[in-house]
Design a protein around this ligand. Structure first.
Ligand code: F6R
Length: 591
């Protein structure tokens, strides 16, 4: 997704902006650009389709600049559509979508404006330039009054070297301070490498950098008192010393699980005790991988807590006019805490009076500031677009939440609760499956498609494994309930078609194996993943992968790991970059 950076420094800041843009690369983008204003009040812009590295070269002059990585929404990836956009004395970078841009553009065209790009963003800089009467901040504030939709902006004005105006409305923006520079950025982890102190803006807030300080204010220029916090060292981006970020992040799962569990045991759930004890119904919503974690939560919590738990794709939640209200708990799950659909769903739940509980990896995220209560997982920065360690940690947090709910209602913890501390070492044991997964990836790398099957909680693992294969190896993969196979999809099985089966519930093992046998009888190449030695020995699978044994209810945290690794190996063997899958972005900040 698009990324914004702004910097005012004591010296030329071109390299600082370039380096911050590199920190934003992991989010996915297709073009990049920088604008700088020099002390002699000239505005210079360099922008290019493709990588941030295309912007390297003789630094543009100035100690004040803005930069952008663009993920195309309005208009194809091109030099012209790349940000910054310029009008008169102004340069602007924009994240988000201006929903009324067609109306505004028509109006500006009638007034004689000429557009150089197909973007919605260019209308904003034109509105600012037209509103300008010598008051930089006033022009930005006035233009913003005309905008509908979500945006974060950073704006430069040639008349004001040393100043940047930023604003946040529905799209994240954070201010950062270091000894030698002041920053704006759309992404907390990307800024953490540069700034020592950070402070996120809330919707409707402006950030003004100028005169060597950062000031937050409202649209009338009234100052807002904000608190900066020191950047925690663990939130700084680190590089994948060797290999890819995805491999590094899979290898970090055991550490991420033990850190997350330590954080959970330190978390005081007392502030949400009333709702954990008394919620009449529980809703959970999320997107993509986080949705699979939320689905798992719905299954586990409903069975433990004995109250209805409904789970929805956050992108759909609003459109069904849900029956959520006071005395209901809404659980929003998001690694980034910035996913637009998840935020919108949480806002709706809050508006209707529900108690919003967030599970996120980023304590300063928009979701955390919107929620009544936040569980922060400690996965550490996740750079690869495909979520891995954050999924395992989301599951852990959600199991913990289900256990707390049960405890507040019955004074008893679920029987699997005592096994949570063993998850980390068991996760490490799953690495023993990696050789087998590498061999499978080599065998199956040219497959045209594959199925992942499971029953009960294993359906979620099957869905998540299939999503990983689709998004990074670009192989069509479908994950679903094993019992559904014979209701249509069995027709697709042909000689050699890969079918992975996840079977971690001994009570369901023989039924799941029936599905595997049905597929095998029609020529499928079958793989079974299980911790259940009886299930493994009785199955007719072509390849059997033994998972470490832990309480069966917790197996989803473990069973997904070999699948994450398999997808990564398959992607690499097919010649793709697992960290930057095509068309995808980390943290999807548009609806
Ligand atoms: C898949 C993946 C995405 C995210 C989804 C939600 O590997 O990473 O499906 O899970 O975009 O992102 P967050 O968790 O940041 O809300």
């Amino acid at each position: 997704m698009c990324g914004i950076v702004g910097c005012v420094s004591k010296e030329n800041c071109y390299e600082k902006i370039l380096s911050a843009l590199s920190g934003l690369e992991y989010r996915g983008y297709d073009s990049a650009g920088i604008a700088m204003v020099s002390p002699s009040k000239t505005l210079n812009v360099r922008k290019k389709k493709g990588y941030v590295s295309n912007l390297k070269g003789k630094p543009l002059a100035g100690d004040t600049g803005i930069g952008h990585t663009r993920w195309a929404t309005h208009g194809k990836p091109s030099d012209a559509n790349a940000h910054p956009h310029v009008s008169g004395k102004f340069a602007l970078v924009h994240n988000g979508i201006v929903e009324n841009f067609r109306t505004l553009k028509d109006e500006l065209l009638r007034q004689g404006e000429v557009f150089l790009s197909e973007t919605d963003s260019e209308v904003i800089v034109k509105l600012i330039a037209r509103a300008y009467d010598g008051d930089f901040f006033g022009a930005v504030a006035k233009a913003c009054e005309r905008l509908k939709g979500s945006y974060a902006l950073a704006v430069l004005c040639a008349d004001f070297p040393g100043e940047i105006v930023g604003v946040r409305q529905g799209s994240p923006l954070v201010a950062g301070a270091a000894a030698d520079a002041l920053y704006l950025c759309s992404d907390v982890p990307a800024l953490c490498g540069a700034a020592e102190f950070i402070c996120p803006a809330s919707d409707g807030e402006f950030i003004r950098i100028g005169g060597g300080k950062i000031c937050f204010c409202d649209g009338q220029g009234r100052e807002i008192c904000k608190q900066f916090t020191r950047v925690p060292p663990e939130s700084r981006l680190t590089s994948a010393a060797s290999g890819t970020f995805m491999e590094k992040e899979i290898s970090e799962i055991p550490r991420a699980l033990s850190d997350t569990l330590a954080g959970l045991t330190e978390t005081d759930f007392a502030p949400c005790a009333r709702i954990l004890r008394g919620a009449k119904q529980v809703y959970a919503a999320a997107c993509g991988t986080a949705l699979h974690a939320a689905e798992m939560f719905a299954d586990v919590a409903e069975s433990e807590v004995r109250c209805p738990v409904f789970c929805f794709a956050a992108s759909e939640f609003r459109y069904r006019d849900p029956l959520i209200g006071k005395d209901d708990l809404f659980v929003a799950v998001s690694q980034s805490g910035e996913t637009a659909d998840t935020l919108q769903a949480a806002r709706l739940a809050k508006e209707r009076g529900a108690y919003v509980l967030a599970v996120t990896n980023i304590a300063q995220s928009s979701l955390a500031s919107l929620a009544h209560f936040t569980i922060v997982m400690r996965a550490g920065p996740e750079i690869a677009v495909a979520a891995t360690k954050s999924y395992n940690c989301q599951l852990l947090c959600l199991y913990y939440l289900a256990a707390q709910m049960k405890f507040y209602r019955t004074q008893e913890f679920p029987d699997w609760f005592a096994s949570l501390p063993s998850l980390s070492s068991a996760a490490e044991e799953t690495f023993g499956c990696f050789l087998q997964m590498s061999a499978l990836a080599a065998k199956l790398k040219d497959a045209r498609g594959m199925f992942c099957l499971g029953r009960g909680l294993d359906v979620r693992t099957a869905e998540e494994g299939a999503l990983k294969v689709k998004e990074i190896a670009y192989v069509f993969a479908e994950g679903y309930a094993a019992g559904e196979l014979k209701h249509g999809t069995l027709a697709l099985i042909e000689e050699g078609f890969p079918v992975f089966t996840i079977s971690t519930s001994p009570a369901l093992a023989s039924k799941t194996d029936n599905a595997l046998a049905e597929a095998k009888a029609r020529g499928a190449f079958t793989v079974l993943l299980s911790q259940d030695t009886a299930a493994l020995s009785e199955s007719c699978a072509d390849c059997k992968c033994a998972l470490p044994a832990l309480h069966e209810k917790l197996m989803p945290v473990l069973a997904v790991i070999p699948l994450q690794y398999f997808a990564c190996r398959m992607c690499l063997l097919r010649g793709y970059d697992p960290d930057k899958p095509r068309n995808l972005a980390k943290s999807v900040t548009v609806e």
